[in-house]
Ligand binder design. Structure first.
Ligand code: DI6
Ligand code: FE
Length: 391
């Protein structure tokens, strides 16, 4: 698949792909391949009719956390309300507790199976947010685990500092003071090379736009790009705020209004849609996909892998749900896990099979991209290449 080609998905029927030094050196019609590429190639592979796509990019995950919330899920289905569970120490607070209690090695071991599940479906780059530590020590631990996961699995991991995710119990009733603490964590973690971007949860149950603005101002002062969990449960104006800061992405967006969409379009901010959270929370308000299309806002799709609202480790299922639940076309969904997901991470060197791009790609035992969007549960991946290396 190639970007901006005349055919749907930029598909080439009988293609050749040349990899050199971890980059795509040439891609196109096999008939047009210059002979010297074959003559000087150290290895040649006949892919036997496989479909080759760019490596998939999961641009919004909270994959590093301790414990799980299966118990809470069960309690809720037996009639307990979210508030009752929260009062009994459940909800986000229980994940924060389990994450803080875990050692770095323990957290690594708990998170690795989730990473493996994503990679088994062809993910070659993923973003991992902190946000279940909520103190310098524990946020650092989460970000270090994220970096270690990437190094050990040989996958590109982008880390995002989400200190402003929830109010930790020791700051109950003192949200502004907690933001002061977040503003002290950020430069320390950045100095340790643990932060690629900064995110916040801007919502009436989390942090206000004024508090979010303080976090963004600090991020910008350090030269770090920002992203925002915005308009998930209400239209709080987060998208406009994020756009003012040139945010890479605004994520969730079920309640996004037209002003927010316009602001995002102008700022080049990507809309990251999260069908797993919509499904798992049994939401009924759909993100305004037609409006995003109309204003030309690029749409990305991601798992939102987290224990509370989207315990999902299947990017292929998200491709399917982006179409069934959000009515994206399969072609839009594919752009959502490839080139638009790359944009949402500020990465210009991946997300498409084109000359000069990183050699991240997947071979699938199917004939067409729609055959990967349509099933629920089938995984016809044959092989993955990351940075030119066969996994
Ligand atoms: N959006 C969500 O839906 C959650 N976090 C966020 O930023 C939920 C996280 C959790 O419940 O653990
Ligand atoms: Fe999230």
């Amino acid at each position: 698949m190639q970007p901006e080609a005349a055919t749907p998905y930029g598909l080439i029927d009988d293609a050749a792909l040349v990899v050199q030094g971890g980059r795509i050196a040439w891609v196109g019609d096999r008939a047009a391949l210059a002979p010297f590429w074959s003559e000087q190639a150290s290895e040649q592979h006949d892919c036997g009719g496989a479909l080759i796509t760019p490596g998939l990019i999961d641009c919004h995950t909270h994959l590093v956390y301790g414990g799980d919330r299966a118990n809470e899920f069960e309690l809720r289905l037996n009639g307990a309300s979210y508030e009752e569970i929260a009062r009994a120490g459940g909800g986000i607070a229980s994940t924060v507790q389990a994450t803080r209690a875990a050692s770095e090695d323990d957290l690594f071991a708990q998170s690795l199976p989730r990473l493996n599940a994503l990679m088994a479906e062809g993910v070659t780059t993923l973003e991992i947010k902190s946000g279940y530590g909520l103190s310098l020590e524990h946020e650092r631990k989460c970000l270090r685990v994220a970096r270690r996961l990437g190094a050990q699995a040989g996958i590109a991991v982008r880390t995002t500092f989400l200190g402003a995710h929830a109010l930790p119990p020791e700051f109950t009733g003192r949200a502004d003071e907690y933001i002061d603490a977040v503003l002290q964590m950020l430069p320390a973690l950045h100095e340790e090379g643990l932060v690629d971007a900064v995110d916040a949860f801007c919502e009436r149950i989390a942090f206000s736009t004024a508090q979010t603005e303080r976090v963004f101002t600090a991020a910008k002062a350090l030269g770090l790009p920002v992203k925002l969990h915005a308009e998930q449960l209400s239209d709080s104006g987060g998208a406009q705020l994020a756009a003012r800061f040139g945010a890479l992405s605004c994520d969730h967006l079920e309640w996004l209004g037209e002003e927010g969409a316009k602001a995002m379009a102008q700022a080049g901010t990507v809309a990251v849609l999260l069908p797993g959270a919509f499904y798992f929370l049994r939401e009924t308000k759909l993100p305004p996909v037609a409006m995003l299309r109309e204003h030309g806002v690029p749409m990305a799709i991601s798992t939102d892998c987290n224990p509370g609202s989207s315990p999902c480790t299947s990017i292929l299922l998200m491709l399917n749900m982006a179409c069934t639940l959000f009515r994206l076309t399969p072609e839009e969904a594919w752009a959502g896990v490839t080139r638009h997901a790359a944009l949402a991470l500020g990465l210009a060197d991946r997300g498409a099979l084109a000359q000069g791009m990183r050699a991240d790609f997947v071979l699938w035992d199917v004939r067409s991209p729609a055959q990967l969007v349509y099933p629920m549960g089938l995984n016809p991946r044959r092989a993955t290449v990351i940075d030119g290396n066969l996994q």
